[in-house]
Design a protein around this ligand. Structure first.
Ligand SMILES: Nc1ncnc2c1ncn2[C@@H]1O[C@H](COP(=O)(O)OP(=O)(O)OP(=O)(O)O)[C@@H](O)[C@H]1O
Ligand SMILES: [Mg+2]
Length: 363
């Protein structure tokens, strides 16, 4: 099986170019090559670089290999460049590699050409892979920074909300009760009804405190486990948003690691909040299932659906937090999260969380 290779050969001697191509063919390359001799021809090729490697003679009648290398670098092209020379001394060879040549080969030792070409091509593949990995890392860092900033902002907003709720609801209720109790006279005729008003106000304050505490950390998650917490959260959301809830489960292990439970619950919580806020759904299905290695969650609604790519771009631009935080939570737990949605066709969120984390984050 021959490996296709598109070559540009800068060489004044047609026979030398033939020999170079023949060496590569013998080593398993199916060479599609083109020979040029002048600066103008070489530059025209650089304008439309449809080749994977350049072999350049060091000395040409009207041009030279090092200037050709300079032109390549000027244009920022990262095509492997191998100098070929009959006269290149050791010093010049080192100088050319310092100038950015990938390697060099002496004409009298042309048998070295194929291994040098193979190494140059492999190095290029590695470089491209490394750059893609670095780019991905930079992207991840950028996202993480954005997320941390949003997280601090959300934390601050949440504190403000809790402070306001404590002050405006619980605080007001308790103040009212205190005033009523202070003015309570056991001998007055409306004593019984005023006392009962106080008890009602205290019940209301208690309910407010319970709701706030449940929102902060559902106690069912600790006391009864993920399944009960999910079911009760779904029912509560269904009650306030007015959709029909459906909860099913299949082979969910009885004891799950707390991190898995929290991740799964928080993602379901955000998905259900999104449904209540945006979906206008009449029915919602939540399924929790265990496989050999993973816990799977599906949250599906029959609401108005949305353009996931556009929403993600909006989230990345800082317009919202929910989608990003769900994805970030899933990634941190070594899991996968997929969102399927289209306008008018509802939304399906599928989450898979590995029971066991490995060092690479895969189950
Ligand atoms: N189930 C859904 N049905 C319809 N639209 C949805 C659904 N889930 C998300 N969306 C759309 O995706 C957008 C982004 O969701 P995301 O959770 O990131 O932001 P948000 O809910 O608007 O704000 P927050 O940052 O408070 O979560 C929403 O504004 C909404 O338009
Ligand atoms: Mg949201």
């Amino acid at each position: 099986m021959l490996t296709p290779l598109k070559l540009l050969i800068l060489e004044d001697n047609a026979l030398d170019a033939e020999l170079e191509a023949a060496q590569l063919r013998a080593a398993g390359y199916d060479c599609d090559w083109r020979r040029v001799q002048t600066r103008e021809e070489f530059e025209a090729c650089l304008d439309r670089p449809d080749f994977e490697l350049i072999l350049a003679d060091y000395n040409l009648p009207s041009f030279d290999g090092l200037s050709a290398l300079g032109l390549l670098k000027e244009r920022g092209l990262e095509i492997p460049f191998i100098l070929i020379s009959g006269t290149l001394g050791e010093e010049r060879a080192i100088e050319s590699v310092k100038a950015g040549a990938t390697d060099y080969v002496m004409k009298e030792r042309l048998e070295r050409l194929a291994p040098v070409v193979t190494r140059a091509l492999n190095d290029r593949v590695e470089r491209v892979k490394r750059r893609a990995a670095q780019q991905a890392l930079r992207e991840a860092n950028r996202r993480l920074q954005g997320l941390s900033a949003r997280l601090l902002q959300v934390e601050e907003t949440e504190r403000r909300r809790i402070a306001r709720e404590l002050h405006d609801s619980v605080g007001q209720l308790l103040t009212a009760v205190k005033l009523r109790l202070a003015g309570l006279n056991p001998s007055s005729p409306d004593y019984a009804s005023r006392r009962s008003e106080c008890v009602t106000a205290i019940d209301e304050a208690l309910e407010q405190v319970r709701r706030m505490s449940r929102d902060l950390r559902p106690s069912q998650l600790d006391d009864l486990g993920l399944m009960a917490a999910l079911r009760s959260h779904l029912d509560r959301q269904a009650g306030s948003a007015g959709f029909k809830p459906n909860f099913t489960h299949d082979r969910v292990p009885p004891c799950l690691a707390p991190e898995i439970e929290t991740t799964c619950f928080r993602i379901a919580q955000e998905a259900l909040t999104n449904i209540a806020r945006h979906a206008q759904a009449s029915e919602v299905w939540v399924t929790l299932a265990g496989t050999e290695a993973e816990l799977r969650l599906e949250v599906r609604d029959n609401g108005r659906g949305f353009d996931v790519t556009a929403a993600r771009l909006g989230a990345a631009a800082g317009r919202s937090m929910g989608l990003l935080s769900m994805e970030e939570r899933a990634t941190l737990a070594g899991g996968r999260l997929v969102l399927d949605s289209a306008s008018g066709h509802g939304t399906r969120l599928s989450l898979a969380l590995p029971f066991m984390r490995t060092s690479t984050g895969q189950a």
